[in-house]
Ligand binder design. Sequence first.
Ligand code: S3P
Length: 441
Amino acid sequence: MKNFLVINNKIKSFNKNITVSGDKSLSIRAVLLASQAIGKSRISNLLESEDVLNSLKVIKKLGSNFKKKNNLYEIDGYGLDSFYLRKKLRIYTGNSGTLARLILGLLANVNQEVKIYGDKSLSKRDFSRISNPLKVFGVNIKLSNNSLPATIIGTKYLRPINYFENLGSAQCKSAVMLAALKTNGVTKIKAKKSRNHTELLFQNLNIPIKLKKTKKFDFIEISGPSNFSSFNYNIPGDISSSAFFIVLTLLSKNSSILIKNININPSRTGIIKILNKMNANITFKNKKVYKGEAVADIFVKSKSNIKSIKCPEYMNSSAIDEFLIIFLVAAKAKGVSTFKNLGELNKKESPRLDIGINFLKKIGIKVLRKKNDIQIYGNPKLKLKDKYIMKDFLKDHRVFMMSSVAALTLGGKWKIYDQESIKTSFPNFIKTIKKLGAKIN
Ligand code: S3P
């Protein structure tokens, strides 16, 4: 794969059905939970991206075997106490915050030293948000400048904790839930709203979990330790990967797309709600529920009269990975869009709030910022003719894909570096835009 993508032409109208690959959050969770189950789990439509392949490598290093048979991954698990370790094991988690944070939760009961390290981007991200609750469980964990590499020595004598998750981070909530699974007693969590895949999987696997929801918080109680049996899971498509095609269609002329079999868990559909508030008309077809997860086909048509939005803060968590692409829609909207309290965006694979603002300015859009609140002055007539180079974004896959959508819908001559970044979450991204007729080199 060449290191950069050249886009010199807007995409022509298209009317197509597509699929996108399996959901990343569910794929990583399915792999990690299969390693803890008793028996052989079978997972289909697993996302084969670097984050998930690294998850498979990690569980293999810890003693759980897997095999691929046709499109099915078979993973052998031997229970909650089964991780087998060589002395001083080193575990590589690549670019994946989800893998690194969740595996720390699973290592809570492993009484040997393990070093966790990641790539350049992951080694800049905050891990004190995970080490703090794990220390309360009784785990010995040391970080480097609050980040990776981390050295963890778990304990067989974990104590249940009361934990307040106040960032709206599903990774933090899930890491604590996984440690709770291994802890004798009841762990109580009060969590700001965030994606609830781990809760739904626990319920589905009959792990003792109590859930109570209020408007602002979720209350979770887990009684551990609780071994569980192996399972079958068919991973639905990823709404975060779909987001790029939703916006590509919305901002193109006379086009439509049907994206099939996508996870539309309400804790993930912020992008749809936000875009519909901006006058898009995105609909769900063939809705069903699979193991507690809502799944549907997403239908989108182009729209010329996009309106600005005052995005309510409560929507931030359900669109947390989609703001870059939402900013692009705000750039083409009539009026000034406002977004508030987006500090968590700067804690992602790259500082996405800073990068998003710089990107908008680069394409001639006025943006005002006050701390983590921003105002985007939309321009429905926005058309680009100049040359644009995108590089130095810490190989953030979502920056790469958003820039490609900008190039294909706004015009201009683009050179977008770090093409290999798509391997993190969506290796078929380029193939899929080509299928829609995009001319790219
Ligand atoms: C994820 C949670 C989110 C999200 C990430 C995946 C998950 O991160 O940004 O891409 O699978 O739990 P935070 O929990 O840190 O907000």
